[in-house]
Design a protein. Structure first.
Length: 291
């Protein structure tokens, strides 16, 4: 099913993001994770890909696995290091696997890697895909502004180009401060962007996530999270419990505010996905009964 249709049918779409294992790794582990995630009946599961393009075929393989478990997959496709013919090959592979949904991304710059002569922005990729098939297209958005954008307003102008090129719904970068997200939505709607937007939430549950996510995402860290990290950084059980509690509280507030949906960055951890999903399942069920 096309994800844009899900937004028409549901008040709040609920989904997970997973990443493929390394090219040489065995797929048994990720298959088990997908099976456990499928038991939670998300609306869809997205599968990331590496910007270098080396992970793209694994993305299709994992997305096919998601489909085999009866869950709709969303395959990420990046373009910053790809030629038009490489992207065409990826689209052919996804099409043969009956994958209907693509998240069209530029991808992060890899220092030293040759950048594409064919695609500069995700909007170029979206237009390219739209001209070649009937894929449903999502795109990325940044509540706290993309780091390369000149200003939040300019970032939204650029986002509009992506939508004009055929993107019909957006998945947000992770954030920890809901007020930032609400202000972003206000700017977005004020600029006339009315497509559904799913809030990206990552439960901070492990020491290595804390280190990586805080340095890479650029997300503002509220003092509640700083206190949690300071207190539980070397106490894995408490960090797991506190991270899940924070994410649950954040999602409850987002659902109370009537967001279009939540996309949970689960880092291939089905325990985290299950616990957070169970914590908010009765709210989600009640919201979606009102359709
Ligand atoms: P774009 O939409 O092209 O935007 C990038 C920058 O260019 C922004 O500053 C924007 O304002 C500006 N811009 C856009 N269009 C124009 C224009 N026409 N003229 C001038 N400036 C413009 N990375 C991966 O490598 N693999 C993944 O699987 C992956 N999944 C992601 C999923 C989500 C939900 C998110 C939020 C990000 C993901 N990323 C992934 C990271 C993403 O690729 C990077 O954040 C990247 O830097 C930007 O990608 P984009 O698609 O948002 O690019």
């Amino acid at each position: 099913m096309k994800i844009s249709k899900m937004f028409e049918n549901k008040k709040a779409v609920w989904s997970f993001e997973i990443f493929p294992p390394k090219q040489t790794a065995d797929l048994g582990g990720v298959q088990k994770t997908i099976s456990e995630l499928a038991d939670l009946s998300p609306d869809y599961i997205s599968v990331t890909c590496s910007a270098g393009g080396s992970g793209n075929s694994r993305t299709c393989e994992i997305a096919t696995m998601v489909k085999a478990f009866g869950i709709e997959p969303l395959a990420h496709v990046t373009c910053i290091n790809s030629s038009a013919s490489q992207v065409s090959d990826t689209l052919g592979e996804l099409s043969r696997a009956d994958i209907e949904n693509i998240l069209a991304l530029r991808g992060d710059r890899i220092p030293g890697a040759k950048e594409s002569d064919d695609f500069a922005h995700a909007s170029d990729l979206a237009a390219f895909i739209r001209a070649r098939g009937s894929f449903d297209l999502g795109g990325a958005c940044y509540p706290e502004c993309h780091p390369e954008a000149a200003s939040p307003e300019q970032d939204i102008e650029n986002l509009k180009r992506k939508i004009d090129a055929g993107v019909t719904h957006l998945n947000s970068q992770l954030f920890f401060d809901n007020e930032e997200y609400f202000r972003f939505l206000e700017r977005l709607r004020g600029a006339g962007v009315n497509v559904p937007v799913q809030a990206g939430i990552m439960p901070l549950v492990k020491k290595n996530h804390v280190d990586r996510i805080i340095s890479l995402s650029g997300a503002k860290i509220p003092s509640k999270i700083s206190r949690m990290i300071a207190r539980f950084y070397d106490d894995p059980d408490s960090l797991m419990a506190a991270g899940i509690a924070y994410a649950t509280d954040q999602i409850t507030d987002l659902l109370s505010a009537g967001v279009d949906g939540v996309h949970l960055y689960v880092m291939n951890n089905s325990y985290v996905a299950r616990t957070v999903t169970n914590n908010v399942s009765s709210i989600l069920a009640s919201i979606n009964r009102q359709c």
